[in-house]
Design a protein around this ligand. Structure first.
Ligand code: SF4
Length: 363
């Protein structure tokens, strides 16, 4: 991509309008472009059949529709699809499509690699490579929808997006929010904020900023340890903002919640590390202290992966942890791992090119 080439999927409608007007075209062409890219999800300039040929040619000389290069796709036995892309600079990007009976969920990445070094996460092993641009974020969703439903189809109602792929979304805040606003547009993908969840490990100033937004996605905070000693070890971000600071920010966010918005905690269960009944009690007591004990907790059994020293807890341990939380008055839900066999599950995204030696289907 040359410096001047505009990456169109990352532009808002007003930006597109200025862009087309600067090319000497009427402003309404911006809406045609936007609809083509996000509503019909076209893949090439030739497919913009409602635009004059001359304009399409002009566009292809100064802008591009795709920057991500699709590198591979793996399909799990449970239908989960994991995509690997390369950015123009050659950095890996991963996206996971998770079908369920009721609705689809697309788990997208906000960064390539990650700087935060959570000890149980494979992405951390890559280190930080780059922040993804708004267009690179939007492209992941368009690619997954086109792969499953084909271009030109309507985006299925109720598609959920979760920023739980590679990276810490709040460390790429502006780009993330811009991508979200592009995806919210009624004349485009029309994925409303209530269908989007941002998962953070606890970048406290951003949580506070997020609390003040008028229109925003749902928030999930990944806790994964009930005390500072353990959290410092598992999630080094805790040394910057400890549990006390994180919970205080979470309490501010809770107060800002409006009807229909969702707020959850996530807790990755690591076998014999943070999953005892005593840990559950400590967790409940932390939540009570900040009056956060009505916030739902998603329990995510760790997916054991090579290159990590942590194991997956048995289902008995997971159930016991859940019951211990419930006994303390905290609602907990066990998240079923998806795409385990293709390294698509939580904490497993590490730009793996090869298929799982055990069971993955590569197509
Ligand atoms: S869990 Fe998230 S924040 Fe932590 S290292 Fe992995 S990608 Fe980064």
């Amino acid at each position: 991509m040359t410096q001047e080439m505009k990456h169109l999927p990352g532009m808002t409608l007003p930006e597109l309008r200025s862009f087309v007007e600067a090319l000497g075209e009427p402003g309404y062409r911006a809406m045609q472009l936007f609809k083509g890219m996000h509503e019909r999800r076209v893949e090439s300039f030739e497919e913009f059949t409602d635009l004059p040929k001359l304009f399409r040619e002009k566009l292809s000389g100064v802008s591009i529709l795709r920057t991500l290069r699709h590198a591979s796709k793996h399909v799990s036995e449970d239908g989960t699809r994991r995509y690997l892309f390369d950015t123009a600079g050659g950095n890996p990007v991963e996206t996971v499509f998770i079908p369920t009976e009721k609705r689809d969920t697309i788990c997208f990445s906000s960064q390539s690699g990650c700087a935060l070094k959570c000890d149980f996460c494979l992405t951390a092993k890559l280190g930080f490579l780059q922040n993804l641009t708004p267009g690179e974020i939007v492209e992941q969703i368009i690619f997954a929808l086109n792969d499953v439903y084909g271009p030109g189809t309507e985006t299925p109602h109720g598609t959920n997006l979760v920023a739980m792929g590679a990276g810490e979304p709040f460390n790429n805040y502006e780009n993330l929010l811009k991508a979200v606003s592009i995806m919210n547009e009624e004349t485009g993908l029309f994925i409303v904020p209530g269908r989007i969840t941002i998962s953070t490990v606890g970048i406290v100033p951003r949580i506070l900023e997020f609390s003040e937004l008028k229109r925003r996605p749902n928030l999930a905070i990944s806790l994964s340890a009930p005390n500072d000693e353990l959290r410092d070890r598992l999630m080094p971000v805790n040394k910057r903002w400890n549990i006390d600071e994180l919970m205080s920010a979470a309490a501010v966010f809770q107060k800002s919640l409006r009807r229909g918005e969702r707020f959850t905690f996530e807790y990755v269960l690591l076998d014999d590390v943070n999953d005892s009944k005593e840990h559950a009690k400590q967790l409940a007591s932390v939540l009570r202290r900040y009056r956060l004990d009505r916030v739902k907790i998603n329990l995510i059994p760790h997916n054991s992966a090579e290159a990590l020293d942590y194991g997956a807890p048995s289902i008995e341990r997971v159930e016991a942890f859940k019951l211990a939380l419930e006994a303390e008055g905290v609602s907990a839900y066990i998240r079923k791992p998806r795409g385990n066999d293709i390294f698509a599950a939580c904490g497993q995204l590490a730009a793996k090119q090869g298929k799982n030696p055990v069971k993955a289907l590569t197509i």
